[in-house]
Design a protein. Sequence first.
Length: 333
Amino acid sequence: MKFVINRSDAIGDLILTTPMAQAIKENFPSAHITFIISPKCQDILKHHPYVDEVIVLNAKEKFLKKFLFLFKKLKGSNFYFFVGGSSLPNFVAALLMIPFRGGIKSRWPTFLFLNKGIRQRRSEVLKHEVEYNLDLLKPLNIKVNEYSPKIFLKNKVQNPFGKEFIVVHPGMTGHTLNWPSEHYAQFIEKMEINFPDRFLYVISYTPSDEPYLKEVRNLKLGEKIHFFDGSKKGLENYMGILSYASLFLGPATGTTHIANALGVKQIAIYSPIKVQSAFRWSPFEVENSLVLAPKVNCPEKVHCRGETCPEFECMRKIEVDKVIEAAKVLLGS
């Protein structure tokens, strides 16, 4: 049996969808599972034991080329699930008359193309994203347990720094609220005071994160700070290095979910806005994670109201000292 799961959007979203593959494999051991993903996500599933194949869908390609590519790739599939990303595979799956076409029913085309879809109002934030994803398997009438998202590495790189290091990832992509960049810088300064000469501070980023790095670049800590551009040697190389980190600090972005799926101890900074909240999007494995969000009564469901909100700049209310205390707890100090 051939299963196709379409999650062709962001890295974090894809990671939180991988438990679907495990659930399918445990109930159908002979299943062949294919993921439709975006180009930036290729290394996430590269060595995943429950994923047999990936289809990389490049949104920048011309429509006809994408259509013919998908038509060829999806032909002969038995089960198709739309979880997020491009809607084109939904149309192709319907055109090919794939018998089971499940996933999220939300916008009108999904009602037209999915015959086994489930109506979900995820904006109501009633459960975690992983739980929403696993609910899409209910029409299969299979046993679904609680599964944690995981990333599997092969031929890991060695720790290139030769000492303990903390990864700080100040940047992010998207509209989610972030901790102020100067707070990330102050965190590093205060950690060095609390743990003198113990850690190297690795600032991970890609070129799009540059606006968030200004305050950190101004730190006068010399060789105690290393800037690591993850775009240069690729995501798999970055994940291999990240797996050795003693601690990770970052906002609600894909890199935070990578650290969690690798089992790295982490502090995750989250927005209080309803659809961005930790209740739905937090790192799923809680054993090595501490999630911090401003303690405010946020009136917004989707977007920040800005200066008209009585809690404006609420992310500043997450105190640096509180993050330092969280780091001490995770480091066992």
